[in-house]
Design a binder for this molecule. Structure first.
Ligand SMILES: [Zn+2]
Length: 213
């Protein structure tokens, strides 16, 4: 799934060569990392980290493409299992009470058949023993933001795009918000703002990949 080469018998999904070359960010051990910096002065975030660096035409781009458009949800499962090992040692992660995937709009979910971050979230949920909640946060209108440039995108992803469907029982949570690729941060910012409307809530962010924008 990384380089299109044939897998050996003992290899699964990613070959040993790609596995060795995966560009880990090590954000989880850095308090001021590239992911954290995206949200400085914009929104209060407890902890944020991306697992891998996304390079144009690189292994991670292939993995994300296969995960997102080719129905290879097992990539998310594998990466989630691996990243959970790193996240287990993070103090801020120990206080997380719910894992929240960035939602797709119903229409896009129907077209694609699955949310590309779900398998990654499920693996994290299982390994970290934190429940996944995919009912709380939802996307309220359909947007075609992917082809837009980042500056336009930040404007376009308004807060109204994401909403929370909460009751009093959802108060006092530390939410771990998950997305596939962090680019401008606009989507995650809008999601975090929606979640922070819930009384006494905290938000942390994890993404599979980080791309410089
Ligand atoms: Zn490979």
């Amino acid at each position: 799934m990384g380089c299109n080469s044939l897998l050996l018998q003992n290899e699964k999904i990613i070959c040993a060569e790609c596995n060795h070359q995966l560009p880990y960010t090590n954000h989880h051990i850095l308090d001021h990392n590239d992911t954290t910096k995206k949200f400085y002065g914009i929104i209060p975030i407890e902890f944020s980290a991306s697992m891998l660096y996304f390079h144009h035409k690189g292994i991670v781009q292939n993995l994300i493409h296969n995960l997102k458009y080719k129905k290879h949800e097992e990539i998310g499962t594998l990466l989630g299992k691996w990243y959970a090992k790193d996240l287990k040692s993070v103090a801020n992660i120990k206080t997380v009470t719910e894992i929240i995937p960035v939602p797709l709009h119903k229409k896009r979910l129907k077209e694609r058949g699955y949310n590309q971050v779900t398998s990654f979230c499920e693996a994290l949920s299982e390994e970290l023993q934190i429940p996944l909640n995919n009912k709380l946060l939802y996307r309220s209108r359909y947007s075609k933001t992917q082809t837009k440039k980042d500056k336009e995108k930040r404007k376009e992803v308004s807060n109204a795009l994401f909403k929370v469907n909460f009751t009093e029982a959802d108060s006092n949570n530390h939410f771990l918000l998950i997305d596939d690729v962090l680019t401008s941060g606009a989507t995650l910012e809008a999601c975090a703002k929606a979640l922070l409307k819930i009384p006494n809530s905290k938000v942390s962010i994890v993404t599979i990949a980080y791309t410089q924008s």
